[in-house]
Design a binder for this molecule. Structure first.
Ligand SMILES: Cc1cc2nc3c(=O)[nH]c(=O)nc-3n(C[C@H](O)[C@H](O)[C@H](O)COP(=O)(O)OP(=O)(O)OC[C@H]3O[C@@H](n4cnc5c(N)ncnc54)[C@H](O)[C@@H]3O)c2cc1C
Length: 512
């Protein structure tokens, strides 16, 4: 492979421009030159799709200790208390700053409006209609573009193909833009590349999000943690038309009084949990699967008619999407089905976003900071990106001095342009390693994934993430949070699951 001649330099390289990457960039430009690279033009991120809102203590009757308690409860014993305390406490300050930066949330004459979501003991969800993430992304981009002190360079659409590692230290990455490869040498590299739920056939993410950061970090020798924990959202729109990803029906809808019914129109959630429709997501998801099996159906129904609020005003995108399917939420029941939605597992970091590789940090959905444990509390992920993106940048600024420059030659990455294994990965994972798991299926998934051929960088990354998920799921002989095994239905204490690529190959180190 040809040597790369186009080599660019920066202090801090940030890969990804969702809430985590933007939050990191806003902090990093205060102290050094920053390259912010992302895949899309416009951006491809989960942030822009986020509907329900961002959880934060704002109400007089609420307290950080309550938000902390709710988060730990949803996390099913696997959260890091320290990380959760940081999330809820620093979250309040970060959200206030975000308001000052010009991000708008819904309010009335008495102030900001707070929504209710599952497993939150108080109303604490700030929202902008049902397009909260798009408003946050808009506001943060705008602020960053006006407040970067000339320290910001943006590359987009630019895809990070590989990290540059020399003697156990990260020195930046290799990118692909307009068919050309170039390298960015950086004193510190922050990955903010989002999640890996694209490994499942039914998922709510954009197809460009393929677990890249996690795969790149794994190949570079970073510790990857808890990959078996994938949150399946109970309610995505059941839509038989061809589409890129499942359209989400936010939990906030149930928070506002909508109820779930099986196809026989019977409300079932009170049979499964005292909090009924507002039980933790894993409980609602499994209840839906059980009801679909009982009624021999491939969906259940969401009944908005029990909600007292004005649906078109509060949830305009959901209302429009249903209208497209000729569903009038004021009188019709909406067919819904669970879909893979959020990655709890990822690159293991400390509370500053540092990984086990010097010069490499991670934040947002690609990271495993310990705040979500075995199950994310609704609307905590935007908050995590905001809080830990900022922390990662602060740590990167602190660590950037005194590090030796990269001395090696940089070879380009060999690219296979065939892209034909995505559908196979997604089928295998949905069928054998999805919402309800057992050893036989997981073993089958492992065998089938092993047989898939080499493919494009994105698909190889997906494949690697799928293998890591299956490996974690096989190892975890218990049921906890979002990971449910019929052969080990009870909770046992097995701790966190660490996966590390001891081969430290920078290419396709996928066989284990
Ligand atoms: C439909 C939907 C609704 C949601 N609703 C909510 C909600 O209401 N509240 C909540 O808290 N959370 C919600 N979530 C989850 C939340 O949106 C995400 O967890 C969060 O936005 C992740 O932010 P992030 O910055 O880590 O990653 P993302 O926002 O996904 O951004 C990833 C970035 O990395 C870039 N990237 C990826 N790979 C590469 C590469 N190889 N090279 C260069 N760039 C790369 C992408 O282009 C993008 O810029 C929702 C998610 C979805 C999908």
């Amino acid at each position: 492979m040809n040597r790369i001649k186009d080599i660019r330099q920066t202090d801090i390289l940030i890969v990804g421009a969702g809430i985590a990457g933007l939050s990191a960039a806003i902090e990093a430009v205060k102290g050094g030159r920053v390259v912010l690279a992302h895949k899309g033009s416009p951006n491809i991120s989960s942030t822009q799709l986020a509907q329900g809102g961002i959880a934060v203590v704002m109400d007089k009757t609420d307290r950080p200790a309550l938000h902390c308690r709710d988060t730990l409860y949803a996390g099913a014993g696997l959260c890091s208390k320290k990380a959760v305390r940081i999330l809820v406490n620093e979250g309040m300050a970060r959200v206030k700053e975000m308001l000052e930066m010009g991000v708008f949330f819904d309010r009335d004459d008495s102030g900001l409006l707070l929504g209710q979501e599952a497993a939150h003991s108080r109303r604490r969800i700030l929202h902008a209609g049902d397009s909260t993430g798009a408003e946050i992304e808009r506001g943060l981009w705008q602020y960053l573009q006006k407040n970067n002190q000339g320290n910001l360079t943006i590359y987009s659409p630019a895809q990070c193909l590989q990290l540059l590692i020399e003697r156990g230290r990260c020195h930046g990455g290799i990118f692909l833009q307009d068919g050309q490869q170039f390298a960015v040498l950086a004193r510190q590299t922050i990955l903010a590349t989002g999640g890996y739920v694209q490994i499942f056939k039914y998922n709510t993410n954009l197809s460009g999000l393929s677990g890249d950061g996690i795969a790149l970090a794994y190949r570079a020798g970073a510790k990857i943690r808890d990959m078996e924990f994938v949150q399946f959202h109970p309610t995505s729109l059941y839509d038989l038309r061809p589409h890129e990803s499942q359209f989400l029906i936010s939990e906030a809808v149930r928070g506002e009084g909508a109820v779930l019914r099986n196809v026989l129109r019977r409300r079932f959630m009170p049979d499964y949990h005292p909090s009924a429709e507002l039980a933790p997501r894993d409980v609602v998801t499994r209840a839906i699967v059980a009801e679909m099996r009982k009624t021999n159906s491939d969906h259940v129904l969401l009944d908005f008619t029990t909600s007292a609020i004005n649906i078109p005003a509060r949830f305009p995108s959901i209302y429009r999407q249903c209208q497209d399917l000729r569903i009038n939420v004021a009188k019709d029941l909406v067919p819904v089905v669970p879909a893979a939605h959020y990655s709890m597992g990822g690159i293991a970091t400390d509370i500053h976003g540092r990984t086990n590789i010097r010069g490499l940090l991670a934040c947002g959905e690609c990271a495993s900071t310990g705040v979500h444990g075995a199950n994310r509390l609704a609307s905590n992920s935007l908050l995590e990106g905001l809080v830990f993106g900022r922390r990662a940048a602060a740590a990167a600024l602190k660590d950037r001095t005194g590090e030796k420059a990269f001395a090696g030659n940089i070879d380009g990455v060999k690219i296979n342009n065939s892209a034909n294994i995505r559908a196979a990965i997604q089928e295998i994972m949905w069928k054998y390693a999805g919402i309800i798991r057992a050893k036989a299926g997981l073993t089958k998934a492992r065998e089938k994934l092993q047989k898939l051929p080499d493919s494009s960088p994105e698909e190889n990354n997906l494949l690697l993430c799928a293998k890591l998920c299956v490996r974690g799921a096989l190892r975890r002989r218990e049921s906890r949070g979002a990971h449910y095994r019929t052969d080990y239905p009870r909770r046992k204490w097995l701790g966190r699951s660490n996966l590390q690529n001891i081969m430290r190959s920078t290419s396709r180190a996928d066989n284990f």
